[in-house]
Design a protein around this ligand. Structure first.
Ligand SMILES: [Zn+2]
Ligand SMILES: [Zn+2]
Length: 1113
């Protein structure tokens, strides 16, 4: 402890650390901090981080080795990261332990970027500027998309790991509580209260009941002897008694009950709690304080967070050596403190279940140290609040929040309808989200603009606003959403900002009354939400900010700027020298089918009766729109021609051609790019098996830079339907393993698919019996699922892999079999149309067309060029094949037993009869007792799937099909190409999409290729169109010449227009733009990035200045 104190003294001496400090340090070894102890130490310490002097420069820290042995050794455990530009920065104590220090990070020389360090200092200030209870501690981390907000936030979390939210002095009046406890010790009336606290242990099975009864008698007041002098001693006694008998959940509930009880003993002036802050305090003091940060993320980002933490945080630094998972494993000691050091590609032995280390919990996945990648998300409930609070980081997706909100609403309605049901009676037992039982150290909402988006508040927002926490952060590169050019943008944006302030609980513009009544802490009141100070805060905002700002009054702008400058920390992308994206406008000409063209011309030239017209319309596929076309039909000429073309272009028939054309274009580009990459020497894949991302070494494009990034393409569309249709063609051109999909919104599916795309591998097991691959998708791999086929030949019934089936025997071949029929006794040919038009050689592709008795031609070579050599009969005898054959004979080969033994012949073409098929594991089942049939079944004693290790199988997944709705916030910095299936004219949206790949960590330019479609016609039709001076066929409407502004992503019709615009573009740092000061974006623009922590830089009292961003050049 002394050494820590000396460290604090060092901090206050600022940058002048020297050996003199030696005198303040005592050389005791017993107080040094190991990383394991660090967490507990910091929990015990009241670390006063309220002032700005708690910075040391890196150089100071390195010099500390001369201070004292113990301090030096302590500091060895505290990790500091150099900024990647190598300059000396000030770092808040205790630095960012664990972040960017995984083996691969160290190997690639990772470090924070200067702008991240400056954000971190500003965030540290925002959390410690005001530290009294209820103060705004947090804000909006608004760095532009792609500037590494995740790593910044993880660094902040690491910085405070182990700290607990402070308990304000007024939280409990200990003297009053002690006094009341003294009174109640001798008062039999309090018996009821005590028993109520014990309620969770009641009626819970025979063994528990005895213990409970004994205990209940012992702890019932009045106490005539000296037992339980304090409330704490009572709680301790019950806890010790029940610890090994009751479940964790029961213990949790008991502790909550004691808290409620304690609150009841605190009889202070009600007036003290009668204001906003008091009410919230009343509510929050019944929550369990914990040192965890909960990160709430859109579903699509769960994988991203898990991946970033695993990749860039050395979890070993945070491990609590006392932690072990009580429920399942006790193998903590096998954990070597190496955190997630296995990286993605380690070849080390893995078991299916790894030890938990209790540092990061990913909802739906579990302890991160046991997680597998690609992430296997499962439908598992969130653990109890007590399990959650032992983690440093808990990551929860929006869908979970929504689910809990709905569950609680439902619960509330039930309680309301059951008038007789008294919630208080059973309050502790009913469902309450564990997320609401904790007073979190910090809440972080990623893509937090969601919180401000809906006026009425989405389910997610309503829930999040209830959660108790000391510090609150919104992460969003776009805190206000919408089209900047829209006239309503500013008004809407101001409303959104106010709702963010509400979440942050900023004084005046965002304070809200607690939605909980202090007494009945489990009741959930929406009425309180609708009424109360939420509206006071809103009207204050409207009065002092929104109205004056919209009225273009300077006061409003000043106030808005003041508030935003206080809560927002932002860097803009313009400041970083990222490789610029390359915008391409590709033209895909789709030929309108000639018969459609002539049908259109026929109608235009026709003077015929209406039923011939209907016929022609039917040919085009637009007969059902005849009514709509009526006016054009009467008009004739170019109007009719244009209308017909227009109608046709909207048909499913034409869309199918478009999908095919776009798919072919994409396939073409991919093949060309892959060849070109081979010519450049092939892709360089990082040793960690995955593409280089955000925090690894940047090799920015210099003149002689050779682009050897692995080719990774995204096909992006806002239409689910088109995406699926294009996908069909892509699947036909490439293998399934080449393509990942984020089309459906299921979280487990998304995480898994994104992981495949990112990592290029999948995990699974090879069956030791048949050699077949069994993919791991989250379910335990117990039994081989590969289908084996049982066939009959020459008196023998044996198993083959479906791959050995060369073809099914059709009627003609069947007739010519002659003598060979004798070997299979009987059987029937396979009709030529059995396989839905596919040739009989495709028989093995799907078992759906198989029938018992089919005659097949198979290849029985062993060894087979592609398949595993069979085990010998001797080997099989050891594993029980004799017993297998007994069982098979017993059922006349109609049962499930058989074995994958040697083949009876060794020929390339053998005619056999199909007798049955089933998964390999069922043929080879373990001997066991079947209670239903009262007999022994199964026989196989050799190794099966459970006995082999999981392994990785490389996959080349270079294509991701991405639905626009799921793309928000994704880190696709390793992507080299994006294909947009439809043009994006909304500049903000285009920036969003581009930022998926164009972001910190991208190691080269990303090509954004917009696939514009044009309908092409024959020259005769074109001639007709020209004669009619049709506008539909006006070639100048082709979009190939469209150009995008590099700064603001607005689209222009020609390159010239775009260039002209760029000169006055508001976001062009070298331009001469005229800016409207009363547009919200201009206020954002005025907010300066926070100053860097560079030693000798601007003074440390929160000055903001221009930040140097040379770290990335
Ligand atoms: Zn198998
Ligand atoms: Zn522009």
């Amino acid at each position: 402890m002394n050494d820590l104190l000396s460290l604090f003294i060092l901090r206050s001496t600022g940058t002048n650390v020297n050996t003199n400090t030696n005198t303040t340090a005592t050389d005791t070894d017993n107080d040094k901090i190991s990383p394991h102890q660090q967490q507990q130490h910091s929990q015990q310490l009241v670390v006063d981080t309220s002032s700005s002097w708690d910075y040391l420069s890196l150089r100071d820290l390195y010099q500390l080795k001369c201070v004292s042995k113990a301090t030096y050794e302590s500091l060895e455990w505290v990790e500091y990261n150099r900024c990647r530009d190598g300059k000396d920065y000030l770092v808040p104590f205790p630095g960012y332990p664990g972040v960017l220090s995984t083996p691969s990070d160290v190997k690639f020389g990772a470090g924070l970027f200067p702008h991240q360090l400056s954000s971190l200092r500003a965030m540290h200030r925002a959390e410690n500027h005001n530290t009294h209870f209820g103060a705004l501690r947090g804000g909006i981390l608004g760095d532009a998309p792609g500037l590494g907000k995740t790593i910044t936030m993880l660094s902040l979390i690491a910085n405070t790991a182990g700290c607990k939210p402070q308990t304000p002095k007024e939280f409990y009046d200990d003297a009053s509580i002690a006094e009341h406890w003294k009174l109640m010790r001798t008062n039999p009336v309090f018996r009821v209260e005590i028993l109520k606290a014990l309620q969770p242990f009641r009626n819970n099975g025979y063994i528990l009941q005895n213990t409970y009864d004994e205990m209940a008698i012992y702890v019932s007041p009045p106490y005539t002897d000296d037992r339980f002098p304090t409330l704490g001693s009572f709680e301790q006694y019950v806890h010790t008694t029940m610890r090994n008998r009751a479940s964790q959940a029961q213990l949790d509930l008991f502790r909550r009950n004691v808290m409620a009880f304690k609150a009841g003993l605190d009889k202070r002036n009600r007036r003290f709690f009668n204001n906003d802050k008091g009410k919230r305090m009343l509510f929050e003091r019944n929550l369990i304080p914990c040192s965890s940060t909960v990160v709430i993320v859109p579903d699509a980002l769960l994988e991203h967070w898990a991946d970033q933490i695993r990749r860039h945080v050395n979890l070993g630094v945070f491990v609590d050596p006392n932690y072990f998972d009580r429920n399942k494993y006790n193998n903590f000691h096998s954990y070597n403190g190496n955190g997630n050091g296995e990286g993605a590609g380690g070849g080390e032995v893995r078991s299916e279940e790894r030890p938990k280390n209790g540092v990061v919990y990913i909802d739906g996945v579990g302890d991160l140290s046991t997680a597998r990648f690609p992430l296997n998300h499962q439908q598992i409930p969130l653990p109890s609040s007590y399990d959650l609070m032992s983690y440093t980081i808990v990551v929860v997706p929006f869908s979970r929040i929504r689910q809990h909100y709905v569950a609680m609403q439902k619960r509330r309605r039930e309680e309301e309808t059951m008038a007789t049901y008294r919630a208080s009676e059973d309050a502790s037992a009913h469902y309450n989200s564990p997320l609401l039982q904790l007073r979190w150290f910090r809440i972080v909402v990623d893509e937090g603009h969601e919180v401000g988006e809906h006026a009425a508040g989405s389910d997610v927002t309503k829930f999040i606003n209830q959660m108790g926490a000391e510090r609150r952060w919104v992460m969003s590169g776009t805190p206000t959403t919408g089209d900047e050019d829209s006239p309503k943008f500013t008004a809407k944006g101001l409303d959104q900002l106010q709702r963010l302030l509400l979440f942050l609980r900023r004084e005046t513009y965002g304070t809200t009354i607690s939605q909980f009544d202090g007494k009945n802490n489990s009741s959930w009141s929406d009425t309180a939400l609708r009424e109360g100070n939420k509206w006071t805060a809103k009207s204050a905002w409207d009065k002092h900010v929104k109205k004056p700002f919209l009225n273009k009054q300077e006061d409003g702008r000043k106030e808005l700027y003041r508030v935003l400058d206080e809560v927002m920390i932002m860097h803009k992308k313009e400041d970083l020298s990222l490789p610029k994206p390359i915008f391409k406008q590709s033209q895909i000409d789709i030929l309108v089918p000639p018969d459609i063209q002539s049908a259109i011309i026929d109608i235009v030239h026709s003077t015929a009766e209406s039923d011939t017209i209907t016929d022609a319309l039917r040919k085009i596929g637009i007969a059902h729109h005849e009514q709509r076309l009526r006016p054009a039909l009467t008009e004739g000429g170019s109007i009719l021609f244009d209308a017909l073309i227009d109608e046709y272009l909207r048909t499913d028939g034409f869309q199918a051609l478009v999908d095919e054309g776009q798919a072919n274009f994409i396939i073409d580009v991919i093949r060309k790019e892959q060849l070109a990459l081979e010519d450049r020497g092939g892709a360089i894949i990082g040793s960690v098996n995955a593409p280089i991302t955000a925090a690894t070494q940047l090799e920015f494009c210099s003149k002689n830079w050779v682009d050897r990034r692995p080719f990774k393409a995204v096909v992006y569309s806002n239409s689910h339907k088109y995406l699926l249709s294009v996908a069909e063609y892509l699947y036909a051109a490439f293998d399934n393993e080449n393509i990942a999909e984020m089309i459906e919104g299921k979280i487990e599916q998304m995480s898994y698919e994104l992981g495949r795309f990112r990592h290029n591998f999948k995990e699974g097991k090879d069956c030791p019996i048949c050699g077949g691959w069994n993919e791991f998708t989250g379910k335990k791999l117990a039994s081989c699922n590969n289908r084996l086929v049982e066939v009959f030949y020459d008196g023998k019934t044996f198993l083959i892999e479906p791959e050995r089936i060369k073809r099914a025997v059709g009627p003609a071949e069947f007739r010519s079999l002659g003598d060979r029929m004798q070997k299979i006794m009987y059987g029937s040919p396979v009709e030529m149309d059995r396989l839905d038009g596919a040739p009989l050689s495709k028989y093995n592709v799907s078992h759906l067309h198989w029938r018992v008795g089919d005659v097949l031609c198979i290849d029985t070579r062993d060894p087979h060029p592609l398949l595993r050599k069979r085990w010998s009969e001797e080997q099989w005898a050891k594993y029980g094949s004799v017993r297998c054959m007994e069982l098979a004979a017993e059922y006349a080969f109609e049962g499930q037993d058989n074995y994958f033994g040697p083949l009876p012949v060794d020929e390339t073409e053998v005619i056999v009869r199909l007798t049955k098929w089933q998964p390999c594991g069922r043929f080879h089942s373990r001997p066991r007792w079947d209670a239903r049939r009262c007999k022994n079944i199964g026989w196989y004693t050799g190794p099966n799937l459970q006995d082999v290790e999981m392994r990785e199988q490389r996959e080349d997944t270079f294509l991701l099909l991405l639905d626009a709705r799921l793309s928000h916030g994704l880190d696709l910095s390793f992507v080299t190409h994006m294909f947009l299936l439809e043009p994006i004219d909304d500049a903000a949206l285009l920036e969003q999409v581009t930022s998926r790949a164009h972001r910190l960590g991208c190691t080269g330019p990303v090509t954004i290729d917009t696939l514009n479609v044009w309908h092409e016609m024959d020259s005769t039709t074109k001639g007709v169109a020209k004669k009619l001076s049709s506008s539909v066929q006006d070639e100048t409407k082709k979009r190939t010449s469209t150009s995008v502004c590099e700064h603001c992503y607005r689209s222009f019709e020609t390159l010239e227009l775009a260039e002209a615009h760029e000169l006055t573009c508001e976001r062009n740092p070298d331009g001469n733009a005229k800016v409207d000061p009363f547009h919200l974006s201009s206020v954002y623009r005025d907010i300066r990035p926070p100053a860097p922590m560079l030693v000798g830089g601007p003074s440390d009292d929160g000055d903001k200045g221009v930040i140097q961003l040379d770290g990335v050049s």
